[in-house]
Design a protein around this ligand. Structure first.
Ligand code: AP5
Length: 214
């Protein structure tokens, strides 16, 4: 099964994609996670990407498409793409990469969430600097303030989860990413999911949307 999770920053792509990938034994490919890892390792990709990510802009298409070409080497295994594609150029590039190996996307899950809910979610997100566990001060708070329940590590806020950068990420999403909904709708691949529901309800809608894929 080959899926794309589409949606605004904070719409729940990562949360839902990780769970579905685990249950269906699919590879979870998040371009955001790959880029953050590159920043941590201070590779040349990371140095280039940081400039854009810090201000909530998109990393240039040619860099992202080069990265995806390297990652999508195993033609047989199913995968979930999380946070890619984000522009029409990336969507066309993906179609070309996959068609070279006779593959195609089965479905695009589009998580719809209001901008106001997104701002609330992202300003409350915290991560553990040791084990990477995720928390949300409103919906999944740690037992002790700023301390990871899992390993005792210190919790931090992602650099791009400041109120100012969130506003720009939303602007960029509406301007550059939202138009690709029509790209996939015209191919009969788009499934709209109400991402404003609670975690389990969203997951239920997603599993129903993929149930007919062989
Ligand atoms: P990326 O890491 O992809 O970030 P994003 O798209 O902004 O998405 P997030 O990870 O912030 O949110 P999410 O939708 O995964 O939601 P989550 O499940 O975490 O990209 C970061 C940057 O990298 C980009 O800005 C760009 O610069 C660059 N980049 C990446 N890919 C690129 C590409 N293809 N092209 C160019 N540049 C690229 O949930 C968020 C919070 O909400 C959590 O706290 C969670 O607990 C909570 N939550 C989730 N679901 C619910 C729910 N149903 N109810 C209540 N709370 C919920």
């Amino acid at each position: 099964m080959k899926l794309i999770f589409l949606g605004a920053p904070g719409s729940g792509k990562g949360t839902q994609a990780k769970k579905l990938a685990q249950i269906l034994n699919l590879e979870h490919i998040s371009t955001g996670d790959i880029l953050r890892e590159a920043i941590k390792e201070q590779t040349s990709l990371g140095v280039q990407a940081k400039v854009y990510m810090d201000v909530g802009e998109l990393v240039p298409d040619e860099i992202i498409l080069g990265l995806i070409k390297e990652v999508l080497t195993d033609g047989n295994k199913g995968f979930i793409l999380d946070g890619f594609p984000r522009t029409t150029t990336q969507a066309v590039g993906l179609e070309n990469i996959l068609s070279e190996s006779g593959m195609g996307i089965d479905k695009v899950l589009n998580l719809n969430v209001s901008d106001s809910a997104i701002v609330e979610r992202l300003t409350a997100r915290r991560l553990c600097d040791n084990c990477g566990s995720e928390y949300n001060l409103k919906t999944r708070p740690p037992a002790i303030d700023e301390v990871c329940d899992n390993c005792g590590g210190k919790l931090y806020r992602r650099d791009d989860d400041s109120a100012e950068v969130i506003q720009n990420r939303l602007l960029v999403y509406h301007r550059k990413t939202e138009p690709i909904k029509n790209f996939y709708r015209s191919r009969g691949l788009l499934a709209d999911i109400d991402g404003n529901q609670d975690f389990d309800e969203v997951f239920g809608s997603i599993t129903r949307a993929v149930a007919d894929i062989k």
